[in-house]
Design a protein around this ligand. Structure first.
Ligand SMILES: [Zn+2]
Length: 279
């Protein structure tokens, strides 16, 4: 086809220009995930997400019975702090410390027989006592902690909310300031994390997010002095406790335990480079 008519040419030029603008805005709205280097959509800033996260974390704590077993609680807290330090060290080495701006790390144990743990955006972690027997020891706690902390450091919550905005508002979400849509942002946060208040669970992450958190978690735990080879062992115990059938609540169904254990085993050689043989 030939485009010899000026009007037609102009129309095509306009289309190309519009396309380029969308691409430019899209690129500007992208962040890079630490460790994996994956590009992710980031329409909602931490400044908008963290206040919601900190508030709902406080609501969970206020409406829960915190564990009283001091040795258990101290163990979870000390693993958390060690992994937090490892993350901070990793990000500093990679020149990505600015991505941790505004984080307010906190690690708490809720006395509830639920096989679960989670981390809200900005570093707000809860372990339920029900998962501790499966963790078995400090190294097992580090497996779960590394994974949960990784979800937060990888900004999975913000990415999920960004995808939700594009779904709801279409690509116009890319060109409008999302801060002008506080109601939508609030609602998306509530959908993902609001259920934590009464069910001790969250909207499950995607398979991609789960695999990414597994991989990052291995490196963070190894840097903190925990043996990453404990991760597949933890998942074997998880599998056993769920009877190989219905999956436990923790981390839901993605990916299946078999796939997960296989992927973890593949990622262990890389993580072992960061492991100095414990403290
Ligand atoms: Zn997860």
């Amino acid at each position: 086809m030939r485009y010899n008519q000026p009007k037609q040419k102009l129309r095509i030029m306009k289309k190309i220009l519009a396309g380029l603008i969308v691409i430019a805005v899209f690129l500007a709205a992208c962040k890079t995930v630490p460790v994996t280097g994956r590009k992710q959509l980031s329409l909602v800033s931490n400044d908008e997400i963290f206040p919601m996260s900190f508030q709902s974390y406080q609501t969970v704590l206020d409406s829960s019975k915190l564990a009283t077993d001091k040795s258990q609680v101290n163990m979870v807290k000390s693993v958390g702090v060690r992994i937090q330090k490892a993350v901070e060290q990793y990000m500093a080495e990679k020149g990505m410390s600015d991505q941790l701006k505004g984080y307010k790390w906190e690690f708490n144990v809720v006395d509830e027989n639920i096989v679960n743990a989670w981390c809200m955006p900005g570093g707000k972690v809860v372990f339920y006592t029900g998962i501790l027997p499966i963790c078995q020891d400090e190294n097992g706690i580090a497996v779960v902690m590394g994974h949960e902390v990784a979800h937060a450091v990888a900004n999975h919550g913000g990415e999920r909310m960004s995808q939700g905005l594009v779904q709801q508002l279409g690509f116009s979400a890319l060109s409008i300031a999302v801060s002008e849509k506080p109601a939508e942002t609030q609602k998306l946060y509530g959908t993902a994390y609001g259920v934590a208040t009464n069910l001790g669970a969250m909207l499950p992450f995607s398979r991609l997010h789960e695999s990414e958190a597994d991989k990052m978690g291995l490196i963070f735990m190894a840097m903190a002095g925990y043996d990453p080879r404990g991760a597949p062992e933890f998942w074997k115990r998880m599998d056993k406790q769920s009877g190989g059938g219905s999956p436990p609540e923790f981390l839901s169904t993605h990916p299946s335990h078999g796939t997960r254990i296989q992927q973890l085993n593949e990622a262990i050689p890389e993580a072992m480079k960061y492991y100095k043989g414990g403290s």
